[in-house]
Design a protein around this ligand. Sequence first.
Ligand SMILES: [Zn+2]
Length: 194
Amino acid sequence: MARKSNQANESTEVNVAAQHDSTTPERGMSLVDEALLGMAASAGSPAGQGDPLVEEAPPPDPFATYWTEFDLRCRDCQVTHYVPICLFVNAEESPELVQRIISSHFNMKRCPVCRQIEYVEHPYSYYDPTRKLIVQVRPEWEWHAGGGDDWYAARLEDLFDKWAEHDVRIEVVFGPQPLIDRFLQDVPPPPARR
Ligand SMILES: [Zn+2]
């Protein structure tokens, strides 16, 4: 009984909608339809003349894990090869990268010719959303090159400027080991593999 009355209600609604469409087609257009029409119109316009809101990509999430690519030369055999390098690690989004940092397998390059494996000393940032913490990991040699306290203060100032609008705490370390020692001690180990 209940099922039958439901069906009756549905068919009544369909009839009402159909009648509405046939009598007032213009008003039947939804906001989505209008947006699609607008996009089609700007797509047909000459390049550079369209609506900038439609043509520009949305701004990237500054807290997302981010990779780049470098052509790097092997120290041993001088071959230049392509290396993907992670510049920003979101610990929540990429727990596998956190494990690679801890096990010293992060941002390594492997020469395709001589198989030499080296750590790529490029600055990267570690972001822990739960602690609202960003740690910039700079190459260890910068510290030994005599930067010392002034260098550290300058890097910290740059970072503060960059993240001033966000509610995050900023730290700078030199080399991955201080990052591990100071901030990654309570990261749980990866789930055991079977
Ligand atoms: Zn090589």
